[in-house]
Design a protein around this ligand. Structure first.
Ligand SMILES: NC(=O)c1ccc[n+]([C@@H]2O[C@H](COP(=O)([O-])OP(=O)(O)OC[C@H]3O[C@@H](n4cnc5c(N)ncnc54)[C@H](OP(=O)(O)O)[C@@H]3O)[C@@H](O)[C@H]2O)c1
Length: 332
């Protein structure tokens, strides 16, 4: 089968090679579910920050070279275990962790979900990593409830657009922070009620719009805006830490937490969720009604064929990406 492999750790420009690799062994088996797995004919593969980091050997998951990257896919089930919730022929979205940049990939049953008819394969390839993370970070870790106001950094990105949609679906008010006009339009499309600029006085604007401070900040960016995130909170507010695309890991002066009775909360979906199949199923069930009611509808930005995977990774690396970057693997 055709697949893109990471063959050296030299960054998106030169690390990738398209070629023929053996198909997954049969019966299909995923590393998270020894002896079992769902074999999927991949129509679209999602591209995310971890794949960029993997081309430099900077991600926590470091398989021996060469390996096929690609953590999430959408396509059609070719083989599934008897007791799985999906069966051959089903359209699915799946999180495979690795191996998604290929014509066939294997995912664990508990991270393979029927793809709702209103979503196409490209959207399905952007569904699990970002939306499960958004629900986990906002609701399960951040305790966001209807009527609260959430401020989302990096709001035109993959996690950001997902967080805006999930927050609206949970009945929250949304404020987005972005760096450009183009990204403002994407944030609005994702459901931001107000969009602020990261190079402007967003902290003061957010406090004013929210009537004295936001309840929750969702932060996939980190860096030097973190202190202002804390200052933008109302009494009892929470900052949920999701990532560090800004390049640096902020430090907190904890007196600020005491003064406002505020909290800083970590939200790490990946390893935590992969060790908890029932949590993954619960989040999938929680997202279903948000998909049916059109709150959740992944915004696909740039799309590339498999042989241009390096360009897809550069979109993310060079801060151009909006919504989800997707590889079209087979026509669908
Ligand atoms: N904790 C978890 O479980 C979890 C799960 C999934 C992803 N993540 C992490 O969340 C982060 C965001 O992922 P994503 O898929 O949303 O990425 P993305 O689509 O590339 O969006 C990231 C956003 O970060 C902002 N940004 C600020 N400074 C940047 C810089 N120097 N370079 C690039 N972007 C910069 C950009 O927004 P502006 O230009 O508007 O500022 C960009 O839109 C990543 O670090 C990822 O690893 C964490």
């Amino acid at each position: 089968m055709r697949a893109v492999q990471i063959v050296e750790l030299t960054g998106p420009d030169s690390a990738l090679a398209l070629g023929e690799v053996p198909e997954p062994s049969r019966p299909p088996e995923h590393m998270l579910t020894p002896g079992a797995g769902v074999l999927v004919e991949v129509h679209a593969a999602g591209v995310s920050f971890p794949e960029v980091l993997q081309t430099r050997g900077e991600y926590q998951l470091k398989p021996p070279l060469p390996f096929v990257p690609g953590s999430e896919i959408a396509g059609i089930v070719r083989e599934a275990p008897e007791d799985a919730a999906v069966k051959p022929g089903d359209r699915v979205a799946a999180f495979c962790a690795l191996g998604g940049f290929a014509e066939l990939a294997v995912a664990p049953e508990f991270l393979t979900f029927p793809l709702a008819p209103q979503l196409d394969y490209a959207q399905g390839a952007g569904l699990i990593l970002n939306y499960h993370t958004a629900y986990f970070a906002l609701h399960l870790r951040g305790r966001l409830v209807a009527g609260e106001t959430v401020l989302v950094h990096g709001a035109a990105g993959g996690v950001g657009t997902a967080a805006l949609q999930v927050a609206r679906g949970l009945g929250a008010h949304t404020i987005a922070v972005v760096s450009s006009d183009a990204k403002q339009r994407i944030a609005e499309q994702a459901g931001a009620e107000a969009v602020l600029r990261s190079d402007g006085p967003w902290k003061d604007e957010a406090r004013e719009i929210s009537g004295g401070g936001v309840h929750l900040v969702l932060d996939p960016v980190g860096g030097d805006r973190f202190t202002d995130s804390l200052r933008s909170l109302r009494e009892g507010g929470r900052v949920v830490v999701v990532g560090f695309t800004g390049g640096s890991i902020p430090e907190v002066r904890v007196n600020r937490l005491l003064l406002g009775n505020t909290e800083v909360i970590g939200a790490g979906w990946g390893a935590y969720a992969m060790a908890r199949p029932e949590l993954c199923r619960d989040v999938g069930r929680a997202l279903d009604p948000l998909i049916e009611s059109d709150f959740v509808s992944p915004i696909v930005g740039a799309r590339f064929p498999l042989d241009r995977a390096a360009e897809a990774l550069r979109e993310i690396d060079e801060r151009r990406a909006t919504g989800k970057v997707v590889l079209d693997v087979s026509p669908g």
